[in-house]
Design a protein around this ligand. Structure first.
Ligand code: MN
Ligand code: MN
Length: 269
């Protein structure tokens, strides 16, 4: 029973450009690269034994569509059934569908806290119902989730607004950011972080630049302070091909450190 970090290197459901399959290794490299120390901001030493384990990257080579999703779902479910908690590293955002679906099997009434520039609620995009622009539509159709709360959205179009209304999604757009401190959760929370929620000035290594985003500092403070029992998380959409000097990989690693700290302190200390 440990906190495991698992890489999910898949990007073939990306609608605009490839590259996020290279993300998991870059975030893990940044975490241990030596340019920063291994302490989280609240003083947990992530370099000491037994805090977290690297579960490696799931081998998704040559797997597409349902075959890849099934493999992700069953690998995640195996870890959860073993009593582990985990943080997934994408990969494009399509990997969150099987990851969260597996969590909802173990945690009834699961809440999702989703940070993203995009609502990812398309019924399908470019003919793909499993696009990285659709995972939260698939999840909400399952009816297994208690709540989906989206923060940082700034690309809501007519179709996705209708989808959000039909599914009862709670959306805090970037222009509503002053209201997010009201968000509290009853029961377990899975946190899904698409790095494009951050302003491209902070996180340029993503496929879809959407200016007007959140600061890294705001996200870190929110992750530390929000009221709810965090049981798992993922960090997705790092595209190393767009990054400068591994800057966005470092941002991903910083977020990872704070998530590890919060999950460890909640469940293992
Ligand atoms: Mn996304
Ligand atoms: Mn996005």
């Amino acid at each position: 029973m440990t906190l495991k970090i698992i890489g999910l290197p898949q990007d073939n459901n990306s609608s605009f450009m490839m590259g996020p399959a290279l993300g998991p290794d870059k975030i893990k490299e940044a975490l241990i690269c030596g340019s920063s120390n291994m302490f989280s901001e609240n003083g947990l030493d992530l370099g000491s034994e037994g805090i977290w384990e690297d579960a490696g990257n799931l081998n998704l080579k040559n797997l597409k569509g349902q075959a890849a999703f099934s493999k992700i779902r069953s690998a995640i479910l195996d870890l959860l059934q073993n009593g582990d908690h985990l943080i997934g590293l994408g990969g494009d955002h399509s990997v969150s569908w099987p990851t969260i679906d597996a969590h909802s099997e173990i945690y009834p009434s699961l809440n999702i806290l989703h940070f993203d520039a995009h609502p990812d609620l398309y019924d399908s995009l470019l003919g793909n119902r499993y696009s990285h622009a659709s995972p939260f539509a698939r999840l909400m159709e399952s009816g297994k989730l208690q709540r989906l709360v989206q923060v940082g959205i700034r690309t809501l179009n007519k179709h996705q607004k209708e989808q959000a209304e039909n599914f009862g999604v709670e959306i805090y757009e970037m222009s509503d950011l002053s209201k997010v401190n009201k968000i509290t959760f009853e029961g377990p929370v899975f946190c899904s972080i698409d790095l494009d929620v951050l302003d491209p000035a902070f996180a340029p290594g993503v496929s879809h630049f959407e200016p007007g985003g959140m600061s890294t500092r705001f996200l870190l403070d929110f992750l530390r302070a929000f009221k709810g029992r965090l049981v798992g998380a993922d960090i997705v959409e790092l595209n190393p091909r767009r990054d400068f000097h591994n800057l966005t990989a470092m941002v991903g690693a910083k977020i990872l450190k704070e998530l590890i700290s919060r999950i460890f302190i909640t469940h293992y200390s």
